[in-house]
Each structure stands twice: as structure tokens, then as C-alpha cells.
Design a protein. Sequence first.
Length: 217
Amino acid sequence: YRTRSKLRGCVLILNNIEFDNNGRNGAEVDEENLEELFKRIGCRVFTNRNKTAQEMKSIIEEFAMSNMADICFVIIMSHGKVKNSDTIIFGTDNKEIEASWVQERFNNNNCVPFISKPKIFIYQVCRDKRTFEDMLVVHSTYPGATALRDPYRGSWLIECICKVFMEDAYNMHVENLLKKVDEKIKLCITKEYTQTTTVTNIGFHTCYLNPGIYEED
């Protein structure tokens, strides 16, 4: 993949924190860490907080068609579940979006601007599923398990992603970065909980973020 343009990539962050019965304490920390990470790498970050399911769909569709960059990240943090082998993501109105629907917006038929470009999906939800080409799909845990989050430090997955990417993105490709993330998460075990990330490669090639390296278009 070509990843040396001045605008390295576009990052969409959807972070639902406020729910009627069960807020996501600590999710603000994840959002701040992600924004700092990707801005340092050279990406343009689009952050949206506390959106209904329909608002999320509209934002995702607009993002898929309007941003021209070398790399696309879609990061969704919310409550969720698994239904019919698909990851379900809740809007703040408790209505549902399927992870497969999100990924379909970025396939070669629906998302011409990102044909043959790497598209990386990160779901910080309680969990799963997949689709198409040039996609890397990251889930914070395996189906049926809880995605863990500390009210002061944020979620285990996002904290480890920000730390590993900040330290090693200059010389390590994305899949190896994510393997290192999982190794760090394994060290976060408590007496009651552990967590294992899952990464699905769907026709995704070697991808370096190359922070600080640019070439003319």
C-alpha cells in the first residue's frame, strides 16, 4: 500500500458514552488518546460523540464518500452484542447498527475513493463479524466476551493501541503492531478478567503508517 502522502489517512471516531441506564465511564480517555495518536501520525481525525443509530449511519456514509487519503480508519466505541453471528453496535437511542453494514459502506461497490486502499476497522464493543477486500477488522474481544474498560485509564484495547502505535509505528507494519497490542493486553489480566483481541484480515496487505515520511503526489 502507498502510505506516504502528506495527509496520511482519515480517521473516523464514533464514541457513544452517555446511555440512559449504563454510561461508558472512561471512554473520554480513549477518545483523547486516539486523537493524539493519529494526529501525530499525520492523519485527519473526525470525532463524533453520543450519536443515535441513524446519526451514526449518516456520518459513516458521508465519511466513506468524502475523504481522499492513503489509509482509512473507522473506530467505533459503544455498547454492543452479537446477533446472528454479526456484531451489533448501539446508538445512544439503543437502536442497532450491524458491523457488517459498516464494512459494506467501504467495499469496492460503495466506496470508490478507497478502492485498493487499506481500510482498518476497530470496534470497542461487547462483540463481532467481517467482509470484503483491503480490510483489517479488529475486535476488542471474542464473541460472547466482555470488552473491558477502566473508568480512569479508558479501555484496555484503546490504551494499548495508543501506546504501541506511538512507540513502534515508525518501523512496524499494522498487523504486527496489533499483535504487539494483544501481547500487552494479555498482561492486563486481573483476578476476575482477561481479554483476547481478534483481528480479521480480509485481503489486507502489508501496511506501514510511515509517520513523518512524505512524498509528492
